[in-house]
Design a protein around this ligand. Structure first.
Ligand SMILES: [Zn+2]
Length: 197
């Protein structure tokens, strides 16, 4: 029913999680109403995010540079490392404005049932960084995979860096809720109420 070019754009929008048929149609039609320069800017931004965006060589966070702005910030506490599943969690935590340490992005959670093993996660670099750290705060979510991952990291760090303090954020997060959707206050409290593992 739509011209082929428009249909193609609708299908592209539908690939975004949470975007259904109706929303995809609305987005695609909105693009048809944009000035050519605005539409081009849109497509260039998508291209740039895939060609320029990389991961920080220290923490694994998304970054335009080899070292992300957080790792490059001398005013942050580099001895305190907040360990999260994905770059989205970094964004959520930064929004709270309550955390002045640095991060470590695992890029997933351990899941034996899905075949995701320790070597699939950004763990070697975490062990290296933990050697110079004072505290490692494990902030994987409260799902089964999140807990499995937290326990694995705790054991790994106790074996490799026994002097580092390992803490876990309090489970003030909604049951089964993901860290990235938790509201800012809950997240800030979960940090304040963290416990030693
Ligand atoms: Zn970084």
């Amino acid at each position: 029913m739509y011209p082929q070019s428009l249909q193609k754009l609708i299908e592209c929008f539908r690939r975004i999680p949470g975007v259904g048929e109706k929303t995809a149609e609305r987005y695609a039609l909105a693009v048809t109403e944009m000035d050519p320069s605005a539409a081009l800017e849109f497509s260039r931004a998508i291209e740039e995010v895939k060609t320029r965006l990389t991961t920080c060589h220290i923490c694994g966070n998304l970054s335009d540079e080899e070292t992300c702005p957080i790792c490059a910030d001398p005013d942050r506490n580099h001895k305190m490392i907040f360990v999260v599943q994905s770059a989205r969690d970094v964004i959520a935590m930064e929004k709270t404005g309550q955390y002045r340490g640095v991060y470590h992005v695992l890029n997933g959670l351990l899941s034996p049932s899905k075949g995701i093993m320790p070597e699939d996660l950004n763990l070697d670099r975490l062990v290296e960084r933990a050697a110079d750290a004072q505290e490692i705060i494990i902030a994987t979510n409260a799902t089964m995979d999140g807990e499995t991952t937290a326990m694995y990291i705790d054991r790994l760090l106790k074996e490799t860096c026994p002097d580092v303090l390992v803490t876990r954020i309090a489970h003030g997060l909604p049951a089964g809720g993901l860290l990235d959707y938790a509201d800012e206050m809950t997240l800030a409290h979960a940090l304040t109420d963290r416990r030693q593992m």
